[in-house]
Design a protein around this ligand. Structure first.
Ligand code: DSN
Length: 413
């Protein structure tokens, strides 16, 4: 076993890996951007492929000895294209943020105007946050969400008409409604902007038809491979053929050096898994489970931004309960539920404190949770919020969360 090999060389690291497995096994993972890969995906990431330099593209490398690597990377590219019905795929980005960075590098110049969703409204750091390369080097115009938790497309259009961006980003890290990519395309066309759809969060839903696809509309589509897509940590850029050469050049030599071919092999495996019928069933269940959790929380008297969800995530709005996201995320950790604090629209608290907690269903769905389990998870969360000062109650809730974890053990077969 790999862990025994690691233990022989480095018992300290081996022990921490084992503890992390135990943590994952015994807690309910509701971080909306996390998931559990298959054993095959994990195994590929730990192979001899990590030894190989392969700068360049398949069959056009700057290093010799790439005959096997080329075929693996080509498989990953072809599977990504098939899964999403894309013209072109570059599977080398090390992460979603670097995929976005490469699109910026190709599509805009420093100082150009770019529109993206504001981070505190559910956008991503790389969509224009002032502390990120995107906000530091580009003139960012941010759009947000209204009190119903929805993008106000007329406001996006007005901002676009006023500011004439060269690039518009449609996509989010915390948005629970369907994104209307067609509307974004109409706005982009009206002002002559290119359109980037960042589907990092909803990739599996797009791939399986649970969310409308941006592919007929967007010039570029970026994704991570480790969220709903259930692959290794990494990114992919897909684009229209006319942008293919420029995007490839932006990834290498523009942004990155040698691609991580062990991770690209793991991406290829995850993409094969995502093309299966089982994965369609999985993605459908992700949405059903998120809706069941949202309904359970609402039945228990808690508020959800937008009063529900259309995808895999939701934000618990704690303002009515006079609690903060920071405190409740810590309380949930005590009862064996992992989630992250998040801002709500017009949040009176700072991003470090927040009034919300983001909750997602992708990881627990992989584990096997169904709607009735999500109902119980909702009850545990609600009781934890209402009894956050009672150590005795929190202990009882911890037993209930452990019982759910035991019902669906991880990596058994
Ligand atoms: N950090 C990711 C998330 O949690 O949504 C976005 O990159």
């Amino acid at each position: 076993m790999e862990i025994e090999v690691i233990r022989k060389t480095d018992p300290e690291v081996a022990e921490l890996i084992e503890k992390e497995f135990e943590r994952q096994q015994t807690t309910i993972e509701l971080i909306a951007s996390e998931n559990f890969t298959s054993k095959a995906v994990m195994a590929a990431a730990g192979t001899v492929l990590t030894n190989k330099y392969a700068e360049g593209k398949p069959y056009k490398r700057f290093y010799n000895g790439c005959e096997n690597i080329d075929k693996i990377e080509e498989l990953a590219q072809e599977r990504a294209k098939k899964l999403f019905n894309a013209d072109h795929a570059n599977v080398q980005p090390h992460s979603g943020a670097q995929a976005n960075m490469a699109v910026f590098m190709y599509a805009v110049k420093p100082g150009d105007t770019v529109m993206g969703m504001d981070l505190s409204n559910g956008g991503h750091l790389s969509h224009g946050s002032p502390v990120n390369f995107s906000g530091l080097y580009f003139n960012i115009v941010s759009y947000g969400i209204n009190n119903n938790g929805e993008i106000d497309y007329e406001n996006v259009r007005q901002l676009a008409l006023e500011n004439k961006p060269k690039l518009i980003i449609a996509g989010a890290s915390n948005y629970s409604k369907i994104i209307d990519f067609k509307k974004f395309k109409e706005i982009a066309d009206e002002v002559g902007a290119l359109l980037l759809a960042d589907i990092a969060h909803i990739a599996a839903l797009v791939a399986t038809g649970e969310h409308p696809s941006p592919f007929p509309y967007a010039d570029f589509v970026t994704t991570t491979t480790h969220k709903t897509l259930r692959g290794p940590r990494g990114g992919i850029i897909m684009c229209k053929q006319e942008h293919a050469a420029g995007i490839d050049k932006a990834v290498f030599p523009g942004m990155q050096g040698g691609p991580l071919e062990h991770i690209i092999a793991a991406k290829a495996i995850a993409l094969k898994e995502a093309l299966s019928d089982d994965f369609k069933v999985y993605a459908k269940q992700v949405v059903l489970n998120a809706k069941a959790l949202a309904n359970s929380l609402i039945e228990e008297g808690l508020d959800i931004v937008g009063n529900g969800t259309d995808n895999h995530l939701m934000t618990l709005d704690l303002r009515k309960m006079n609690k903060t996201g920071k405190d409740i995320a810590n309380v949930l950790e005590k009862v064996g539920i992992t989630a992250n604090k998040n801002t709500v629209p017009n949040d009176p608290q700072s991003p470090f404190v927040t009034s919300g907690v983001r909750l997602g269903s992708p990881a627990v769905t992989t584990r096997g949770f169904k709607e009735e389990d999500m109902k119980e998870v909702g009850k545990i969360i609600a009781e934890a919020v209402k009894n956050s000062d009672s150590e005795e109650k929190l202990k009882e809730l911890r037993h209930r969360s452990l019982a759910l974890c035991k019902k669906y053990p991880l990596y058994e077969d």
